[in-house]
Each structure stands twice: as C-alpha cells, then as structure tokens.
Design a protein around this ligand. Structure first.
Ligand SMILES: *Cc1c(COP(=O)(O)O)cnc(C)c1O
Length: 406
C-alpha cells in the first residue's frame, strides 16, 4: 500500500492510476474489498460508512457467534429454543416499559412487517407531515403501500391535529402510524399531535398505534433533548415502537420492534417475519451492544469538548495547520440539524482525495474550499494514524505542486 503511495509521490504513477493500484494492493491483502475508514467528518451515524461502528464487546460477540452457535437451541435439554432469546432479554432489561421485543433485519423491514400484519387490505392513518423519504430515494409511503395497505393521509404538511386523527378512525383502520421525521425539521407555523395524546384516542377506538422512531434511543438522552425514545413512546401509549439497531443505539444493522405482548406476538406469527428475520451475527452484536459498555456512537455523542480541543490542538501544532470551530452532527436518522460543537483541523481542499485513497483511508469533510478533520468520531488511539496520514498526504500534495511548478 505504502509502496503504491510512494510511487505516486515520486510521480511514477499517473494520478489517474493511483486509485486502481491501491485497490489492487488492498484486494491482495485481505479477502474483502471493503476498506476500513477513519471517520474524520464529525458525522457520527454516517450511512456511507456503514452507520454505527461496533463496540469491542459487540465485535467479540460477532467473532464468538461466527461458528456454530446456540442461536435456536436449548443446550440443557437439546430442544429447539426461541431464536435470539439473548438479544430479546437484553432489550427488555434495558427497556422495562416494553412487554416483548422482536428483532428483524432493519428498520424498514420492521415497518413493513408491522404495517403488513396490522393493516394489509385496510388503512394506515398517518399525518401528511410525517411521510418521510429516508434516503437513496426510498420513501416510507412506497414501503407501506407495498404491503397492500392503503395510506389514509390526514392533516397538512405543517399542521395535524387530534381531531384529524379522530375523524379518520373507523372500521377500515388497520393501525395509526406516527413517524418521527428523523432527517428533517419543519419550522414555523407547525403543529403535530404528541404520542401521549394519540395513545388514548387509539386505545379508545381499539386501534393499534405504531410509532416509527428511527433513531433507536431506548431511554431519553439529555444531550439530545428533542430526540424521541422508545421507553417514552411506550409509556405514551404506543403498542409497537420501531427503531433501527445501527443509529443512536450504536449496534449492528437491525430493526427493533418493542411493545405490547399480544401485538408483538401477532407480528412474530406473520409469515413475513420469517423473511425479515435477523441473522445470528446481528443478534449477537445487538445483545452485546445493549448489555455491554457504551458503544462508539454514544462515546462520540458525549465526547468531552475540552478533550476534543486538546487532541485537535496537538495535531495542529505537529502539522502547523489552523484549528477552527466545527459542529459535528448525529447524522443518518437522528436529531436533524442538531449541532455538536467541536473543532476541526483546516487543511487544503486538495488533500481530501489523497486522504480518502491513502492507507489508512481517512474521510475528511470538504466544506467551503477546505478539507476539515474533526476528531469526534476518531478513537483517541487512532490520533497518531490520522497524524501520519495527514503528514503523508501533505507531503504528496507538496511534491505534486512542486512537480507542477517545475
Ligand atoms: C432510518 C429510518 C428508517 C429505516 O430504518 P433502516 O434501519 O435504515 O431500515 C425508518 N423510519 C425512520 C423514521 C428512520 O429514521
């Protein structure tokens, strides 16, 4: 890898060929083409980087579960057991407001399962202000309509009232759905019905209330005051709450369904549940994430500001580059627009590509004509690797500039 970089630096490889040469070198080294990346963007849940990095406990659990494992077996009597019982128990211990839990492949699968089992051939009552496109062109509306349910849209983009819900409920209602607008915010003349007001209305009408929260906080986090959490949604009256495993929960890709015993049982019995079941590696990682210490996502979210500044300034002094204030973000489906104040090294924009294609690969943020390095999502143990990578890239850039000038 370094060899390729040295060649590139000496100008022995045309710039256009560097990427391919690096790719070949990496492929020769390990059996996957996926490359580990140091996330220097300050965006914690970065969809293009696979969302949440796993905690050491989760990594260990994945390795342990990679061979034969008792995922559906009671070792004491040799009989078949409930799949993923450990992950379920960990979720229920961490979220006592839930009577039962089911883990599926991802959040979208959880939503499809819930709406299919509760509302296929009938209506899903949902506010117009909550019809979300979740990224890469995927819309929750299309997902839900693919289940054979009909969307009964109520209210307007900016305002929906309790009477709108009340007026829409009837014999054809399969469920009421409340979606957390996890990737945008509507400001100004707005009004939405909070779950704790919707809960009693749904209950009085005997209609299940589904809350799709997205982000996956199990309990409130004072760092993110506007972010909904599973426990509060259940206390507020939701029958089923949906969340992703790899957003703010900081675990593997998974879809969590937590809620009332009878409702979860109804979902678990549906044939679709088998098509979206979680694999053993995800179940192992999820259990370890929930039961173990704080995962990297939580550490990045709660990173100490003084410590971040000290780390950034040390690298800045070594590299002789400026530090500037820089807001990190929660990213991918959580706390949209909510700033996480921190700092960044400011580097020439031309460095970004060299950093991305270097070894280790470093993803900086390119903004306003600069290449920014934010250490929020970099484990402190990797500061030296960032330092080396930036030094190396600065050297390559200078050599290229000198070459161009000469
Ligand atoms: C992220 C998100 C989803 C989709 O979850 P995946 O785990 O990405 O499939 C669904 N609904 C909301 C509100 C989300 O934020």
């Amino acid at each position: 890898m370094r060899q390729v970089q040295d060649q590139a630096r000496r100008g022995e490889l045309p710039p256009g060929d560097v990427e391919q040469a690096l790719g070949t070198a990496v492929a020769a080294r390990c059996a996957t083409t996926l490359r580990p990346v140091l996330n220097a963007t300050g965006v914690i849940v970065h969809t293009n980087l696979g969302r949440a990095p796993l905690s050491p406990a989760a990594v260990e659990a994945v390795v342990a579960a990679s061979g034969y494992v008792d995922v559906e077996l009671d070792l004491a009597d040799g009989s078949r057991s409930r799949r993923g019982a450990g992950a379920r128990a960990a979720l229920l211990a961490a979220c006592p407001a839930a009577e039962d839990a089911l883990v599926v492949n991802n959040g979208a699968a959880a939503l499809v399962l819930a709406t299919t089992a509760l509302a296929a051939g009938r209506e899903i009552v949902v506010s117009r202000g909550e019809l979300v496109e979740i990224g890469a062109g995927f819309r929750l509306t299309d997902l839900m309509e693919s289940t054979g349910a009909r969307l009964r849209e109520i209210g307007t983009t900016n305002r929906t009232h309790l009477r709108d819900y009340a007026g829409a409920l009837g014999p054809d209602t399969g469920c009421v759905l409340k979606v957390h607008p996890s990737n945008f915010r509507v400001d100004g003349f707005t009004s939405a019905v909070p779950l704790h007001e919707l809960g009693p209305l749904a209950a009085a009408n005997g209609v299940p209330l589904v809350a799709d929260l997205g982000s996956g906080l199990l309990a409130p986090d004072p760092h993110l005051p506007d972010e909904p959490d599973v426990a509060s949604a259940l206390v507020g009256g939701a029958d089923v709450v949906i969340a992703s495993g790899d957003k703010l929960l900081g675990g593997p890709q998974a879809g969590l369904l937590l809620g009332r015993k009878e409702t979860i049982a109804r979902l678990a019995r549906h044939p679709l549940a088998r098509a979206v079941r979680a694999d053993k590696l995800a179940l192992a990682a999820l259990e370890a994430t929930v039961a173990g210490g704080p995962p990297p996502v939580v550490q990045s979210l709660h990173a100490d500001a003084g410590e971040l500044l000290r780390r950034t300034e040390r690298l800045a002094q070594e590299l002789r580059v400026p530090v500037l204030p820089h807001d990190g973000r929660v990213g991918g489906g959580g706390a949209p627009g909510f700033p996480l104040p921190g700092w960044a090294l400011r580097l020439p924009e031309g460095l970004a590509r060299l950093l991305r294609t270097g070894d280790p690969a470093v993803l900086p943020r390119v903004h306003d004509g600069s290449c920014l390095i934010d250490l929020r999502c970099v484990p402190p143990a990797d500061d030296e690797r960032i330092l080396d990578a930036v030094r190396y890239a600065l050297g390559a850039l200078q050599a290229a500039d000198a070459g161009a000038a000469g």
